[in-house]
Write a protein that binds this ligand. Structure first.
Ligand code: URA
Ligand code: SF4
Length: 226
């Protein structure tokens, strides 16, 4: 992409030369690859270490994440935490990120209402996700919802039909196994209604399948490296 090409947004020109998580994180704070930085308080880059075997990809930061600058610290994050505990996944050992790094929203009085990121935002922000996939090189990627799936796999797909399946990794991480599940906010919306327990259990089950794949990949890696 040409420098300053306002017609074709994208984060490319803000990527640092050296791809380490700390270099990416500090460079991303200056990103103007689409308009979403304007109304956000903070970029929410990611949480976790480059050594993580499992990467969880969400949609975009929410109203709670935006001021804190950390992913999944609001209500969806609380539900995710509970599901991770049930699936015996240690959040501290997972790399957590989002398809889009700034909070897309509109104002309604004093409230900031979440807007789903558009394809143009997913694409503009994709260079960051691609660089994260390169650096972390996870054995397993779990896409939380359709936006994450679109960002990771590069095409639209139905969560209902694709959950439970295993997809090949994207070109930057061909060895990764990719799984798709629901977004924790979709489960949260069912709280207090019929179907909540079932939706939560299915979410946990999807995470368990991913955790098993990750454990299998680590065992294979250890046996290969003797
Ligand atoms: N929802 C997301 O997709 N990501 C977050 O970081 C928080 C809520
Ligand atoms: Fe850059 Fe992504 Fe933020 Fe847009 S959402 S400004 S591409 S970091």
């Amino acid at each position: 992409m040409e420098q300053g090409d306002a017609e074709r947004p994208g984060a490319e020109q803000w990527l640092p030369e050296r791809h380490t998580l700390s270099a990416l994180r500090s460079a991303a704070a200056d990103c103007r690859g689409c308009e979403l930085w304007r109304d956000a308080r903070h970029i929410v880059f990611s949480q976790g270490k480059a050594s993580a075997a499992m990467m969880l990809v969400g949609e975009q930061p929410g109203d709670r994440e935006d001021p804190e600058g950390e992913p999944f610290v609001g209500p969806a994050g609380e539900l995710l935490n509970r599901a991770l505990v049930e699936a015996h996944i240690d959040r501290g050992r997972v790399y957590l990120t989002n398809a889009v790094k700034h909070f897309r929203h509109h104002a309604s009085g004093k409230r900031r209402i979440h807007d789903k990121p558009a394809v143009v935002h997913i694409e503009a922000c994709h260079p960051w996700l691609e660089a994260e996939l390169q650096v972390v090189d996870p054995a397993v990627v779990v896409c939380l919802g359709a936006t994450a799936a679109r960002a990771v796999l590069g095409r639209p797909l139905s969560i209902g039909r694709s959950r439970g399946q295993r997809f090949d990794g994207p070109p930057t991480s061909p060895d990764a196994e990719v799984f798709v599940t629901t977004h924790p906010s979709a489960v949260l919306r069912l709280r207090g209604k019929d179907g909540f327990e079932e939706a939560f259990d299915s979410f946990v089950q999807d995470l368990q399948v991913a955790a098993q794949a990750s454990a299998g990949a680590s065992a294979a890696h250890e046996s290969r490296s003797g």
